[in-house]
Design a protein. Structure first.
Length: 405
């Protein structure tokens, strides 16, 4: 039923109201007949109903986490102002610029009108509303503080997405440079080296070993470039599939990533920040600690930390303090453990975890900013070795001839 609700179409309609005035507008529904029936209930005599044409290019935009964060903030404002939930969804949905988001919100509105509570309506769309989101909404509905919880969700989403963008920024720069180095090297081997090769043939002398090796590589690439492309594509596909299907391989990658110099430190700090931010948000919403740990495990973004959080959950469920289970995991710095201990003793765990999250998010921000300056000389050296090595290989025979003359 949920899939049908979200697949409603957008129709353009024209009709006349009770006074005979010509009116027109847009409405969503499964068929023109349903649109006409709905218009009649509103006192409008439908004259023409047709499906709204989709754009020729582009189509629907994807629903992003930012869209979900903005929706949470808007709905929180509506509920806080006393607007009924169904009407709030109608206002936010109709006013959204993204057609896919409109469909999603109006589909949820239809479910609520059909008798579902907000938590159940959202849980039918796990792609956009994860268990953490649904658990917080459930807590807000039961405690009567839905507007406050939605506002916390919006803040949480904004901060976690900002953290993700920083991690992507940290990984993008070296990846982009490596790709550019491969492209530049391939162009030199395919187009520049053959020119020198024709020149060397006229020398009629043996070439230096380094030059001959580069020429052999160039000849192979000219003949089997398609094989090189296929190998890269097949390797990338196999890597993605292995990571997706093999838990052991994914854990190995996550564990290895945490040990990479500089980048590993950023990933560790990001995982701690996510852990602290998620647990602070859920604990502040009144979600029991043991129950909250399930959602926290999935939000850390690293299988090593996720596995550790689930082990901590088992320890906490037996009555052990959170700070002791964190200490036993060996993943959390002493400062984090001590702040959690203070939070547990003072009854302000959510506040302390929020401070930990703020501190580590700032640490990640600073580390990402410093990463570029640290990597620039290293990347320049790698590019220099690749391009300079090819240039030297091509000029070695000329230098050799000059020394003979």
């Amino acid at each position: 039923m949920a899939e049908k609700a979200i697949k409603n179409f957008l129709f353009l309609w024209e009709g006349s109201d009770r006074r005979g005035t010509r009116v027109k507008g847009e409405a969503r529904g499964a068929s023109p007949a349903m649109i006409k029936a709905d218009l009649r209930r509103q006192g409008i005599n439908p004259i023409k109903v047709r499906k709204k044409p989709q754009p020729l290019f582009g189509g629907k935009k994807k629903i992003t986490p930012k869209d979900i964060a903005v929706f949470s903030r808007q709905l929180a404002t509506m509920i806080g102002a006393g607007v009924p939930l169904v009407q709030g969804f109608e206002i936010v949905g109709r006013g959204h610029e993204n057609p896919a988001m409109q469909e999603l919100l109006l589909g949820i509105k239809n479910d609520i009108e059909g008798g579902s509570n907000l938590t159940d309506a959202l849980s039918k769309h796990p792609r956009y509303f994860d268990p953490l989101f649904c658990n917080l909404v459930h807590a807000g509905e039961h405690a009567g503080i839905l507007d406050s919880l939605l506002d916390k969700i919006a803040t949480y989403k904004e901060k976690t997405e900002a953290l993700k963008s920083k991690i992507k920024k940290a990984l993008f720069y070296p990846t982009a440079v490596i790709i550019m180095a491969i492209i530049v090297t391939s162009i030199l081997l395919l187009f520049v080296v053959p020119t020198f090769q024709n020149l060397f043939k006229s020398f009629g002398a043996n070439l230096p070993a380094f030059t001959q090796m580069v020429i052999n590589l160039s000849e192979w690439l000219q003949q089997y470039w398609w094989l090189a492309l296929f190998g890269i594509a097949a390797g990338a596909f196999a890597f993605v599939q292995a990571k997706r299907r093999s838990r052991g391989f994914a854990e190995f990658l996550d564990r290895s990533a945490l040990k990479i110099p500089i980048i590993g430190e950023i990933l560790n700090k990001a995982a701690i920040a996510r852990f602290a931010r998620t647990l602070a948000t859920m604990f502040a919403a009144g979600v029991p600690l043991v129950e909250a740990m399930d959602s926290v495990a999935g939000a850390t973004g690293n299988s090593v930390y996720s596995k550790a959080v689930l082990q901590m959950r088992e320890s906490v469920s037996t009555g052990q303090q959170l700070q002791l289970s964190m200490q036993q995991s060996g993943l959390f710095p002493n400062m984090v453990v001590q702040m959690v201990a203070i939070g547990e003793e003072s009854g302000a765990l959510d506040s302390m975890l929020g401070k930990v999250a703020d501190f580590y998010e700032e640490e990640v921000d600073n580390a990402v900013d410093g990463l570029s300056s640290l990597l620039e000389p290293l990347i320049m050296a790698v590019l220099g070795v690749l391009v300079g090595g090819l240039v030297i290989a091509m000029y070695l025979p000329i230098f050799k001839m000059g020394s003979v003359v």
